[in-house]
Design a protein around this ligand. Structure first.
Ligand SMILES: *[C@@H]1O[C@H](CO)[C@@H](O)[C@H](O)[C@H]1NC(C)=O
Ligand SMILES: *[C@@H]1O[C@H](CO)[C@@H](O)[C@H](O)[C@H]1NC(C)=O
Length: 146
């Protein structure tokens, strides 16, 4: 990911409080684990789209609950996300999220038994993953959980 995107993620990190349940901590760590550099092949392959994402003001609210325009921004991020999820073993062959791998790989099983997580997951997945924006999924889950 580019420097600008890393900054978006860093800004979100500052908003995370210190005392968190193990699941919420892992949502934070998982979100941050998608922070990559300019040499990331997924970025290199999708540079034009990702750069357009960065240059689009409404997309700069990606780390905010409100203000982000998913209809405009998520499609620009779609191919990058497909690549990033595939690289991590999180993508089904039909370009959907592997739910089980999301739990075991992305969240290291820290959320598997958390009922607050299970309650929030279907709604958050539906509202964020049409174009596989897993960063918004992490954020939605984080915000939805007490
Ligand atoms: C995509 O593939 C997964 C795993 O094979 C399956 O569980 C899911 O129902 C499929 N989704 C769609 C929309 O076809
Ligand atoms: C789930 O949320 C409730 C409050 O609604 C809280 O008391 C409980 O500790 C939470 N569970 C976990 C595992 O954090």
């Amino acid at each position: 990911m580019t420097r600008a995107l890393m900054l978006l993620i860093a800004a979100a990190a500052a908003a995370f409080a210190a005392e968190l349940s193990p699941c919420k901590q892992e949502l934070f760590t998982g979100y941050y684990s998608f922070d990559t550099g300019l040499a990331d092949p997924c970025y290199v392959q999708n540079k034009a789209d990702v750069d357009k994402f960065i240059e689009t003001t409404v997309c700069s609210y990606m780390d905010k609950v409100t203000g982000y325009d998913a209809a405009t921004c998520d499609p620009l991020f779609f191919n990058y996300m497909k690549c990033a999820l595939k690289k991590r073993g999180l993508l089904n062959s039909n370009n959907t999220l592997k739910d089980k791998a999301f739990q075991t790989i992305a969240l290291k099983n820290k959320c598997s038994t958390d009922t607050n997580f299970s309650k929030a997951y279907p709604k958050c997945k539906k509202s964020t993953m049409k174009y596989l924006n897993i960063l918004r999924l992490f954020l939605c889950l984080y915000e939805a959980m007490p």
